[in-house]
Ligand binder design. Structure first.
Ligand SMILES: [Zn+2]
Ligand SMILES: [Zn+2]
Length: 346
């Protein structure tokens, strides 16, 4: 089969012929229909992710159809149209048995811990615990958009944020995951505030349902401004960017007993930012992280999409071919971050 592979970090991303994958006993082989490009793929190629072993085939936001099943697979057969969470649970550890496959102790991440989906075929273990059946009406390209940013935003707003109709939700950072969170919160009839330093991203946040926009560059006290317009603060606040400043602004923009959800990664020297812990105590605030979305929780998200309340297609930037993945991925450091690029396999 054809696959995009690199043999060295920051080395050439070549479209080459490699052996076709075979399924493990509990796994399947998927014919990839579409696979989204993500900054995490770029980080892996740069050598920033300890899970990636060389040589490596990247790609983790995908959808396709089952072409082969291992002999222990019970729920799936050839021809089934599926997607999977970017972090797959083993199905048997304590986390998985208690319903938290997104933080499995033996997780598998195609495109990181194993070969990914910038290829004609990808093998996946743990099929019965992780595959998600796609609605007939959903294209592979749309399903590929859900893989990582959208599913993470859904878990932040719905699972961890427990957002209720009529509540205020602030989204700090309006890139792909922030815009997804804005759209999902609006679909749940929450009232959304978008915060960013880029005017074009704020306009996208408005298009995704934010009713109040805050330009953080022009607002000395972002958290105070949010508390003012919401009569005491938002119910749910999401740091979708990941920086000491957005994390702090997010916590301080909450009303009493509000919920802060950390989505954006804080890396390197920023990984342990100072926290306004006195406010966390005095206002009884909640601080939660979010890592991924377990397969069973996809049902609620897919229903919001098939009933037209959520339109992930709005996040689509452009489609490319498998042969264009290498150059696109290598150029991601200068990528402005508006719209998701999806490789569609022909
Ligand atoms: Zn597990
Ligand atoms: Zn991703």
């Amino acid at each position: 089969m054809k696959a995009v592979r690199y043999d060295a970090f920051e080395g050439p991303l070549r479209l080459i012929d490699v052996h076709d994958p075979t399924p493990t006993r509990d796994g399947v082989v998927i014919k990839v229909g579409a696979s989204g490009l993500c900054r995490s793929d770029w980080h892996g190629w740069k050598g920033h992710d300890a899970d990636v072993k060389l040589p490596h085939v990247p790609g983790h936001e995908f959808a396709g159809s089952v072409i082969e099943t291992g002999k222990d697979v019970r729920k799936w057969r050839k021809g089934d149209r599926i997607t999977v969470p970017f972090s797959m649970g083993c199905g048997t550890c304590e986390r998985c048995r208690t319903g938290d496959e997104q933080i499995c102790d033996r997780y598998y991440q195609p495109g990181f811990t194993g070969p990914g989906s910038f290829a004609e075929y990808v093998a996946l273990p743990y099929a019965d615990a992780n595959l998600v059946r796609l609605p007939d009406s959903m294209t592979f390209t749309t399903a590929a958009l859900l893989g990582c940013r959208f599913a993470t935003a859904y878990r932040a707003v719905v699972g961890q944020g427990r957002t209720q109709p009529g509540e205020w939700v602030a989204v700090h950072g309006c890139g792909g995951v922030g815009l997804s969170a804005a759209m999902i919160a609006r679909a749940l009839d929450a009232r959304v505030i978008g915060v960013d330093i880029a005017r074009d991203k704020l306009e996208l946040a408005r298009a995704c349902g934010a009713e109040i926009l805050i330009d953080a560059n022009a607002t000395p006290d972002v958290a105070g401004a949010i508390r003012n317009v919401t009569d005491g603060g938002v119910h749910v606040s999401i740091d979708a960017l990941g920086s000491p400043a957005t994390c702090r602004n997010s916590i301080l923009s909450l009303r009493k007993r509000g919920r802060h959800i950390q989505v954006g990664l804080l890396l390197g020297a920023e990984s342990e930012p100072p926290m306004p812990m006195s406010q966390v105590i005095a206002r009884e605030l909640e601080i939660r992280g979010t890592h991924g979305l377990q397969a069973r929780e996809y049902a609620g998200m897919l229903e919001l999409i098939t009933t037209g309340r959520l339109n992930p297609e709005r996040l689509l930037g452009k489609t490319i071919t498998l042969s264009q993945v290498g150059p696109e991925l290598a150029a991601m450091d200068s990528f402005p971050g508006v719209g998701v690029t999806v490789a569609v396999m022909g």
